[in-house]
Design a protein around this ligand. Structure first.
Ligand SMILES: [Fe+2]
Length: 466
């Protein structure tokens, strides 16, 4: 028997139970007898994509076995990956795939499909590592507030993106704020703010999250739901050096190396693993950067090293610690772009290097290009082709994807500081990076470009990072 797909029922149930203040998790809600009796209540969603594999996850209302049927021909999903153990939290690794290839899929159990098998259920594997391919990245920060604003930010991107999927997307932390009866970062909060809000993107684009303070609180108290919900590459499954811990990790997509860091207190201040210990985050970051020779390096973590929004990077510990500990390593490793959230505003720097103190200590030597980086304004930022130490980095704070918080918005490294809701769209094509801040109304309120077309002269003092 081939079961009928019933996407949306889980959404309805979660809303009903949330509004009633029920304390049970969605997965444990007792269901009235109905036909069909098994249906998907979360997902499917894509995790840990690489050029040869992807992990599909979904949740069902009742335990079943787990089957993914996939193929390049929608009419012939003849590749089957499965796990016969019975669970409501399904997680299937699909391997042996071809790079840069579109696969359609369905998820279900041994008897048939529960979701998918349509042309809107697909994934595209990553390009071969090192291969340049036009790539679109969507970045949301602090998108976790339930309500119309977050949906408008989402819809502005959907309109901008013309109905297709981004190649990958980042969530910069605080992805699900608490709602009445359910705590920050809880399963139900995530159901409302992530899984029910973005089903279309979750099933077609691999989501790479970083952990914010609103996830960290609940996660560390109870080995929490953040690490249960996400499957992240702690063993280098998608490129990069193994971190051994899902809180921070790296991966490759084409000619881009991505680094996710954990900027929360527990990691930075000595909880296991100690960031400065042999096995901690900063030593791992050093080894990871030394091992990559990708054209582009993008790092993302929740707490911004520079901000004068709702949070002040001159005064707050996590922000200072990231600036003092992570930035020297990142800049020595040649990072091009750093994305953060936490402050509920949009702030974006000029091309800078070596500024690790308070804002009052900024000197002209830290500013490598004081322009706005816009080809129609002051001109694009230019860097040497390849990865060179201290060749300039742009820092963006994009924590306004569902809410706004006022601040002085006057950090001196910033080219622009705006109390405006929206998300970031980053396009990389070969040696060119174009980044935009897309506001809640679909207007581009900031854009800058980094070009890597300059070649070193023989007597240059720049040092290639290897
Ligand atoms: Fe935060």
């Amino acid at each position: 028997m081939r079961r009928t797909s019933v996407i949306g029922v889980g959404t309805l149930l979660s809303v009903l139970f949330v509004s009633a203040g029920h304390s049970a998790d969605v997965a444990n809600i007792p269901l009235l007898p109905k036909t069909p009796s098994v249906f998907v209540t979360r997902g499917p969603y894509l995790q840990m994509g690489s050029s040869t594999a992807v992990t599909l996850r979904w949740r069902t209302n009742q335990p079943t076995d787990s089957y993914v049927r996939s193929g390049t021909d929608l009419a012939d999903l003849n590749d089957v990956a499965f796990d016969v153990s019975s669970t409501t939290e399904h997680e299937i690794l699909v391997e042996g795939l071809s790079p840069d290839t579109k696969y359609y899929y369905s998820v279900g159990d041994a008897t048939g499909s529960l979701a998918g098998g349509f042309d809107s259920y697909y994934f595209v594997t990553s390009p071969p590592t090192g291969a340049a391919k036009p790539t679109r990245i969507w970045a949301l920060g602090d998108s976790g507030l339930a309500g119309a604003s977050a949906e408008a930010v989402r819809d502005a991107f959907y309109d901008f993106n013309g109905g297709t999927h981004p190649d990958l997307w980042l969530m910069l932390g605080d992805n699900a704020y608490g709602i009445p009866g359910y705590g920050d970062g809880s399963q139900v909060a995530y159901q409302v703010a992530v899984f029910d809000r973005f089903p279309r993107t979750l099933r077609t684009s691999v989501l790479w999250p970083t952990i914010g303070n609103h996830e960290w609180v609940s996660s560390f108290e109870a080995i929490g739901p953040y690490f249960d919900m996400f499957t992240l590459p702690k063993n280098g499954e998608a490129g990069g050096e193994p971190s051994g811990f899902e809180g921070y990790y790296s991966f490759d997509y084409g000619n881009i190396h991505f680094i996710c860091l954990d900027s929360n207190d527990g990691i930075l201040m000595g909880a296991s693993p100690d960031p400065l210990s042999e096995w901690g985050m900063i030593p791992w970051l050093e080894s990871d950067l030394a091992a990559t020779d990708q054209d582009w390096i993008i790092a993302f973590f929740h707490h911004p090293p520079y901000s004068k929004g709702g949070h002040d990077s001159d005064r707050e510990r996590n922000l200072i610690l990231m600036r003092e500990n992570a930035l020297p390593v990142l800049e020595r490793g040649g990072v091009d772009l750093v994305l953060s959230g936490h402050s509920h505003s949009f702030e974006r720097s000029v091309l800078i290097d070596g500024h690790y103190g308070k804002s009052s200590t900024l000197v002209s030597a830290n500013i490598l290009d004081s322009g706005n980086g816009n080809s129609l304004g002051d001109g694009e930022y230019r860097k040497y082709h390849g990865t060179y130490s201290h060749n300039g980095t742009v820092y963006a704070v994009c924590g306004s994807s569902s809410r706004l918080t006022e601040g002085s918005l006057d950090h001196p490294v910033m080219a622009t500081s705006q109390l405006r809701m929206g998300s970031m769209v980053i396009d990389i094509d070969g040696d060119r990076l174009d980044a935009r801040f897309l506001d809640i109304h679909g207007e581009v309120e900031d854009s800058f470009t980094i070009l890597k077309r300059d070649v070193l002269s023989e007597n240059s003092s720049w040092v290639r990072y290897e």
